[in-house]
Design a protein around this ligand. Structure first.
Ligand code: GLV
Ligand code: MN
Ligand code: MN
Length: 417
């Protein structure tokens, strides 16, 4: 595999082909349950079938391929997501589907079956860009996606249930996407690092220790719209000025707490005219922290600051916590096997936490999880310039193939006795 970089080339071909499937001809935007997502699923499904996998789409729109083992039984689950942010990169999510696929292609080409089945999932939604909720695909599999979530709507008023119908799935069948713990030996997600550590360490891959906790808020500031030329400054209830103060306060809160980050990435001011004082503003807040306890501290500080600013400016600020995900630690026994594979491929092992959210967070509810990060250029992600090298893609495939071939499904039992 390594000398010819065959796996790396195959992965890059797949990345290029998927990057062509976009809602916008000028950039890569593929939100979940769109026609483009369906096309991506079809393409990946075709590749899975050609690699000897049994392919199906589940009730939430995940594409799933199963490569049989020497005997039937619980599968080792691999994969990542096929949706993207708006104007996103081509590796975030897709690499985690294409590297395992290259491994199964190699096994299939060698007519090799492992002692256990492998399943690869292209999850339907990890970015949470189209609908308020995120991790729809992985939470449906874990059985932690409440049915009422399907009523949430996108900016065009289309509900998840309607989008699923258009996608060709029956929303009433949501429960059929749910899998049991006994179906899996574990879940391993490969993902670009989305940060600069591996580049600094000059390593192609790294072992993930844990995934950060996250919360998202929609904050509505209600002031008073009025004439921009006539209301004295001290008599205004300018919602946009209040929002600006909130945004800087949010930055200060995260800066003051260790390993905590907070972002306001979207804001709308109404009525939206140059000569009208903004009366109403809505903005989105994203907060991440190493643990749920750390996140709770940041959220308490957020509430305190929004309350203070609202009182000082004599207007109301209503934060609505519309999404939260608990942080998780990677499983030590499963990670130990991944660590061995990294070492056996000749790489030093560096462990690092993930600040970004991943489908593995949801899967952790039903099965042990582990994650492998792949170095990306300048740590850049959620950006069209996101990039990795073909050599690193190949190195990641070698590590994963080594991991699969050496994988001991009983290692947990052995460790605990
Ligand atoms: C997903 O990329 C997230 O962490 O927001
Ligand atoms: Mn991702
Ligand atoms: Mn992402």
């Amino acid at each position: 595999m390594s000398k010819s970089l065959a796996a790396g080339r195959r992965i890059f071909e797949g990345i290029e082909a998927l990057a062509e499937i976009s809602e916008n001809p000028d950039n890569l935007t593929r939100r979940s349950l769109t026609i483009e997502h369906k096309r991506a699923n079809t393409l990946v499904g075709d590749w899975m079938a050609a690699a000897g996998m049994q392919v199906r789409t589940d009730a939430i729109g995940n594409i799933i391929g199963r490569y049989p083992g020497q005997t039937d039984g619980p599968a080792l689950l691999l994969g990542s997501h096929l949706d993207t942010v708006r104007d996103g990169g081509r590796y975030d999510g897709m690499l985690g589907v294409l590297v395992p696929l290259a491994c199964v292609e190699a096994l299939h080409a060698a007519d090799e079956k492992l002692s256990f089945p492998i399943e690869i999932v292209g999850f339907c939604d990890e970015e949470g860009v189209r609908f308020p909720s995120t991790l729809l695909g992985s939470r449906a599999i874990a059985g932690t996606l409440p049915e009422q979530t399907l009523r949430e709507t996108d900016d065009d008023g289309i509900s998840i249930a309607d989008a699923l119908r258009d996608f060709g799935q029956a929303p009433t069948a949501l429960d059929s996407a749910r899998r049991e713990s006994s179906d899996f030996l574990g879940f391993v997600e490969l993902h670009i690092e989305q940060g600069p550590v591996l580049e600094r360490e000059q390593l192609p891959v790294g072992l993930v220790s844990a995934i950060a906790s996250a919360a998202r808020y929609r904050a509505v500031v209600s002031g008073k719209a009025s004439h921009a030329g006539t209301v004295p400054m001290e008599m205004r209830q300018d919602a946009l000025c209040a929002a600006a103060e909130c945004i800087l306060a949010i930055e200060a809160i995260a800066t003051a707490l260790p390993d905590t980050v907070a972002t306001v990435g979207q804001i709308t001011a109404l009525p939206g005219a140059g000569n009208v004082i903004p009366g109403s503003v809505e903005f989105l807040i994203d907060i991440r922290a190493p643990t749920d306890q750390d996140l709770a501290v940041a959220e308490q500080n957020l509430h305190n600051e929004l309350t203070r600013i609202a009182a000082e400016r004599k207007l109301t600020i209503a934060p609505d916590r519309y999404y939260a995900a608990s942080g998780v630690s990677c499983d030590s026994a499963l990670s130990a096997q991944l660590r061995n594979a990294i070492q056996n491929c000749g790489h030093r092992v560096v462990e690092l936490p993930s600040g970004a959210g991943h489908d593995a967070m949801a899967l952790a509810a039903i099965t042990p999880i582990a994650m492998l990060f792949v170095r990306c250029k300048e740590g850049l992600s959620h950006h069209p310039d996101e990039s990795i090298t073909l050599e690193d893609a190949d190195a990641a495939a070698q590590v994963m193939l080594r991991f699969l071939r050496d994988f001991n499904p009983n290692a947990r039992a052995i460790q605990s006795t």
